[in-house]
Design a protein around this ligand. Structure first.
Ligand code: SF4
Ligand code: SF4
Length: 142
């Protein structure tokens, strides 16, 4: 894991990564390791939807005692769009599954991580229809 991200001082103490499914505490472990598929495409780090660029994510920003997603915190700094920050933030929140909990498996072995990840995916799909997800993509890329 890099000791510094995006040219910023990263010596600050950040929270330990919580278990899968626990509320996200902004530890930044996931976004430092690999850019999410949403960020990879919107930040033009990849050209194919679903591909993920290696981390650290260029949109990862210090936020309080931890890290936050720049696409959520300062959407108009990162996204070329005529839409306002509230609309953009709402669409990003859907695509990065904000509020769903920690979905980073880290070094956890598949046999313990996968059931929890499948449970989280089911919860996400119950909360977000495919229409909502498609609408979020259209908002961000149109
Ligand atoms: S999703 Fe998990 S690993 Fe990623 S910042 Fe949140 S708590 Fe840390
Ligand atoms: S776009 Fe946001 S959620 Fe995705 S990797 Fe970057 S900082 Fe993390």
């Amino acid at each position: 894991m890099p000791s510094c991200v995006n040219g910023l001082d990263c010596d600050m103490t950040t929270p330990e990564k919580p278990p899968i499914g626990a509320p996200c505490n902004g530890c930044g472990v996931c976004c430092r390791a690999t850019v999410c598929s949403c960020g990879s495409l919107l930040l033009r780090l990849v050209s194919t939807p679903g591909e993920r660029a290696p981390g650290p994510c260029p949109a990862l920003l210090p936020d309080g005692d931890g890290w936050g997603c720049g696409l959520m915190l300062r959407p108009t700094d990162y996204l070329k769009s005529t839409r306002g920050p509230t609309v953009l933030r709402k669409a990003v929140a859907v695509l990065i599954a904000s509020g769903t909990g920690c979905d980073d498996a880290g070094d956890e072995p598949d046999e313990t991580a996968m059931p929890n990840l499948r449970m989280m995916q089911a919860r996400y799909l119950a909360d977000h229809s495919s229409e909502e997800v498609n609408k979020a993509w259209r908002t961000l890329i149109s």
